[in-house]
Ligand binder design. Structure first.
Ligand SMILES: [Zn+2]
Length: 239
């Protein structure tokens, strides 16, 4: 009970004076984990979480996606963006890439109050708006962690809350490309949203994506789509 009361107080502060009854539980329906099961596509999504060591950018992976014009969606954290300005420009310039955000400093959102969560979520959204004239609507919480406050804040900011239904596990250094591919392939189905990393933490990511794009997906009649395409399920016009 105390948690509920506290939550309502926080939400009250966040939303200001309102006469609307507010039911945060309803907001959970806003968390998107997959597209329609009738959609013949899957979304390959790549988180760009900040890194302490290394380049923080999987150049061979990006080169592969571009060379083969494979639609993909990137979730950029603010801290990653400030260290990768040319890469941000490059990714934004690709018509078959979609860019969303992934928090400012990659915080554990449920450990923070509404105001702090708002700041963490809004940081890279503003940066993309002000510095790159780009409206980023898609949002994915760092670590995939969220609570009712997160859902309410994301909704209030007019963003779309994008999780996944297939975790590749690609940052795990103990997994081989084969193991990652087997796990993803076993679960890939129409409408799937698959999470990978493009910050260099996934040593096998490029190999896995190549196998998916050239073998696993085509054999099942599935094609890679950007998240917003997957959600409206209009296959990309080939050009
Ligand atoms: Zn992340």
């Amino acid at each position: 009970m105390r948690r509920e009361v506290l939550l309502r107080l926080l939400l009250g502060l966040l939303l200001g004076a309102t006469t609307e009854p507010f039911a945060p539980r309803d907001g959970l329906a806003q968390v998107i984990k997959s597209g329609s099961p009738t959609c013949p596509g899957v979304a390959l999504t790549f988180d760009l979480c900040p890194v302490r060591k290394g380049s923080g950018y999987d150049q061979p992976l990006i080169d592969y996606l571009i060379k083969h014009r494979i639609p993909a969606t990137f979730f950029m954290s603010g801290k990653w963006m400030v260290k990768h300005e040319p890469e941000v420009e490059h990714l934004l310039g690709m018509g078959f890439f979609e860019v969303g955000t992934h928090g400012e400093v990659h915080a554990h959102l449920p450990m923070h109050d509404a105001d702090e969560q708002r700041g963490e979520i809004l940081g890279p959204v503003k940066l993309l708006q002000e510095h790159y004239a780009h409206e980023a609507i898609l949002f994915r919480p760092p670590y995939g962690e969220y609570n009712d406050v997160t859902v309410a804040v994301v909704k209030m900011l007019g963003l779309r809350f994008i999780q996944w239904n297939i975790e590749s596990g690609d940052p795990d250094p103990t997994l081989s490309a084969e193991q990652i591919l087997t796990g993803v392939a076993a679960r890939a189905k129409p409408g799937s949203i698959i999470v990978f990393h493009a910050n260099g933490k996934g040593k096998q990511t490029r190999r896995v994506v190549e196998q998916l794009a050239t073998d696993v997906l085509p054999r099942r009649g599935l094609q890679p789509m950007m998240v917003s395409e997957l959600l409206t399920c209009k296959p990309r016009a080939h050009d």
